[in-house]
Design a binder for this molecule. Sequence first.
Ligand SMILES: [Zn+2]
Ligand SMILES: [Zn+2]
Length: 448
Amino acid sequence: MVFALADLLGRTWKCESCGLTHHVPTKWVSIAKGAFELLANFAIRVGKNQVAVVVADEITWEVAGREVANLLKEAKWKVCEIILPLPLHATDEAANRLLISWSHDASLAFAVGSGTINDLVKWVATQVKVPYIVIPTAASMNGYTSPISALLIQGLKRTQPCQPPEGVLTEPEIVASAPQKMTAAGYADLMSKTVADVDWQISNLLWGEHYCPMPRRLVAEADEWLQERLKSLANNETEAVAGLLEALLISGVGMTIAGSSTPSSGAEHLISHWLEMKALSEGKEPALHGFQVGIGTLIALTIYEMLLETKPKDWKPTEDEVVKPDERKAEFELRYGAIAEKVLSEFSAKWLSKGRAEEARQKLAANWEQLKGFVVSTWVQPEIHRQHLETIKAPTHPKEIGVSLDELREAILHAREIRRRWTVLDTAYLVGLLPEQVDHLLKRCKWL
Ligand SMILES: [Zn+2]
Ligand SMILES: [Zn+2]
C-alpha cells in the first residue's frame, strides 16, 4: 500500500482535530497481485453461513465476477450469481430489481464492478443487513468505501446513507485493464475535493455544519503522489492506476469519517448530478460520472476565483432571491416536470428570507479573510486543473460529453436547486455573482 490507508481501517478513535469519535467500518483493503488467493479466507471471516451473492454486470462478470464465484465455489460456498444487463444505471428501479433476485439465505455479498454496481449492491446489502465485499474493476470513482449510495430515485439524484463495505479486494492488473477513460474519470472525481472541502468550510462558517479537516489531509498526501504520475495515468500504467484506486478508497474513507459525502461532493457534484438527471430524462446515456464532475470542478473553481475578486460592499443579490420557493412552483414545474415538488422541497430547505440572507452576507463579510484562507487551502487555479485533466485525457469542454454550452449554463444556474447542501453556487447567489454574471463566468473559462 502506498498511503496510510491501513492505519485507519477498522478503527474507532477520538479525533484531535474536530473532537468527534470517528469510526471506519471497512476492516481491510488488499490491492495486490495474488489478492484473489485471499478471497475465500476473507469471506469465511465475514459470512455467517457459506452462502454468498455475487453481483456483476455483463462486462465485469467476464473481468472478475466469474473468477470470484469460482473461487467461492471451490471453497464450498453456495453462490447466487447475479449478472446485470447493460446499460445499467443506479436507479431505484434497478436497485429494487436487484433486491428481488437477491438470495435471502446469503450472509455475504460481493460487488464486482465500479460505480453503478457498487451503488446498487451497497444499497441492497444495507436493506437486507448483509455485509459485503467490493471487488473494484476500475479506479473510476471514490464511492467504494463511502457511507452513501447515490441513486436516482424517481428521477431525482439522492444520496442514501448506507453501510460501507467490510473489505475491498482486487488485483492491480484488473483495475489497469479497465478502459483508460475510467481511470481519467476516477482522477477527476477525486479532485472534486478542491471545491467540496471549501464548500464544506463555508457551510461550517455560515451554518455551523460540523467540519473535520481530516478527510482533506488524508487525500492531500495521495494528491502529491498522483500529480507526479499524471502521464502514467494517461497510459493506464498499472502502478499508477493501483495508486489512484488507493487514493479513491482513502477519499471514500474520508466520507465515512465525515458521515456523509460532504468532503467530496460540493457544487461540482451538483452540476454533475444535474447533467446526469437531464441526460436520463431525455433518454440519453449520461457521460461517466467523473467526466461530469471534472467539468463541474472547473466551473466551481472559476466561481471561487470570481468570488475572491468581489468586495463585500459591492454584494447585491437579485430581487428574485427573496421570492419564497412556494411562489416559484410554476417555474419549477416547467423545469422539472414530475419531480418538481421534490426539487422544490430540497430547495426550500436552504432558501433564505431577506433577513437571514443579510445575516449570512454579514457573517461572510466579517470572516472574509478567513474565507480566503479556506479557498487557498485546497483551491487550484482553474487553468492548472484544466491542464491536469487534459494530461490524463479527461474532457474539459462540455461538448466532449455531449453537453452544449447552453445546457452547462442551465446547470450552473439551477444545479443548486436539486439538493439542500450549501455550495459555492449558493454563495454566488447570496452575493449576487449569479445569476447576473453567468455569461461572464463562461467567458472567463477560456477553454470553452
Ligand atoms: Zn474529526
Ligand atoms: Zn463523485
